[in-house]
Design a protein around this ligand. Structure first.
Ligand SMILES: [Zn+2]
Length: 420
């Protein structure tokens, strides 16, 4: 069973507790996630000290427990869990495609944590098909290890786009550009401004923007645009984004986490958003990994908000009629971890507290339930067995006026987690 999110008490540390376990800066651990549909293997690559830690100093242990993976960092001597974070990757999405039945593949990953003072145990856990986290990798890390590289961050053009306070008590969102040449830097700056203003016009971000900082990082790309393999178009760009992820036109992502995090080290950040200089329709959003979106399509501002719903708040797709590359993404006998989807296996831990007493479960998709929080069948890429909370939502269609009340609550909880 997926842990009941709403009933967990917040595990939080004071500033003194943070200073007991952590110094300044970030420890970055690079590794490969490899395997096939049935197997997940981890190969260690490299470690580095980075200058900023943009995360909270009090909410260090992840109380949401969303995601397909969990990073856990424990003090080696006492065994105390001192940092954890749930996340998803393109690798686990690939593990639901038909290709993963036939071949093995590896994806570069980056794990970040505040730089530890003392030796720690670094552990990765993978969620099983039945929903529990199971260990897949463990190693000891000594912060005095001479192989932790201490190089200055990559030289990038950085901008404080919107600054409301110290990064440790703010949600820090960093924007990156891909496919913008040196001559197109003004366009990138204008796009970041446009996408920031749009995000801040959408509930609940509109009334939480005093808890958010926005940063931008610019590294010019040699060529303009992005790769479109289905049309034989390839562009040399700084973050190596590409359309046709898993063969699907509109799924525009990057597997180049090394380049993305080399740039990300230049600013304090909690969340990464890649703006792609293209007029195509598309993007992607992977929980605590990144959001990517083309900047030049008429629907791009809507898509960016949808993808950020995935990457920031762990929201699931409420749609079920569009083509996807996934097969059996949600086992129907397991409660999904996403806060806005349910299989009714463990609905008590979801939005049951937001239902009016008279609302039937499941709720018929009838006009009289327009604007009513309910339990509507269809979501998570399937028409049967997965339920969503609202007839329409930003996580359901591009036509929806905004996020539904359940998604808004999930977003607000996450903003507050980062800004305490
Ligand atoms: Zn929703």
């Amino acid at each position: 069973m997926v842990p009941i999110v709403l009933c967990l008490s917040m595990v939080s540390y004071g500033q003194d507790e943070f200073g007991r376990w952590f110094g300044s800066g970030t420890l970055r651990v690079d590794y490969l996630l490899a395997g096939d549909q049935e197997n997940t293997d981890v190969y260690f690559l490299d470690m580095k000290k980075e200058p900023f830690w943009g995360g909270s100093h009090t909410n260090l242990v992840d109380t949401f427990r969303y995601g397909e993976f969990m990073l856990e960092v424990s003090d080696q001597e006492s065994g105390t869990l001192i940092y954890s974070r749930g996340f998803c990757t393109l690798f686990n999405e690939w593990q639901t495609t038909a290709e993963s039945k036939k071949m093995r593949k590896a994806f570069h990953q980056v794990a970040l944590m505040p730089f530890p003072r003392n030796p720690v145990v670094f552990q990765l856990l993978r969620r099983s098909r039945t929903g529990e986290f199971q260990p897949v990798y463990k190693r000891k890390i000594d912060p005095s290890d001479m192989f932790i590289r201490k190089e200055p961050a990559m030289a990038c053009d950085t901008t404080r786009v919107w600054y409301t306070g110290d990064p440790s008590v703010r949600l820090d969102i960093a924007f990156f550009g891909d496919g913008y040449t040196a001559d197109e830097q003004d366009q990138f700056d204008a796009d970041v401004k446009k996408y920031t203003e749009n995000l801040f016009s959408i509930p609940p971000f509109d009334r939480l923007k005093h808890l958010i900082n926005i940063w931008s990082v610019f590294v010019p790309s040699p060529e303009s645009g992005t790769d479109i393999p289905g049309e034989g178009i390839y562009r040399q760009t700084t973050l190596n984004t590409t359309d046709y992820t898993f063969g699907l036109s509109r799924y525009i992502t990057t597997t180049d986490m090394e380049s993305l995090h080399d740039q990300a080290a230049a600013v304090p950040s909690d969340q990464l958003v890649i703006l792609i200089n293209s007029e195509r329709y598309g993007g992607g959003g992977i929980f605590n990994h990144y959001a990517s979106v083309t900047a030049g399509h008429p629907l791009s501002m809507i898509v960016m908000v949808h993808e950020f719903g995935h990457s920031f708040a762990g929201l699931g797709d409420e749609y079920y009629t569009s083509e996807v590359a996934y097969e059996d993404f949600y086992p129907l006998d397991v409660e999904p971890w996403e806060p806005n989807l349910t299989t009714l296996v463990d609905f008590d831990g979801k939005w049951k507290d937001m239902l009016d007493p008279g609302t039937p479960v499941p709720t018929p998709a009838e006009p009289r339930y327009e604007g009513v929080v309910g339990v509507y069948e269809g979501g998570g890429y399937v028409a049967k067995g997965v339920y969503r909370p609202f007839l329409d939502c930003r996580m359901h269609t591009n036509e929806a006026p905004g996020f539904c009340p359940v998604c808004r609550r999930a977003i607000e909880r996450m903003v507050r987690f980062y800004s305490e």
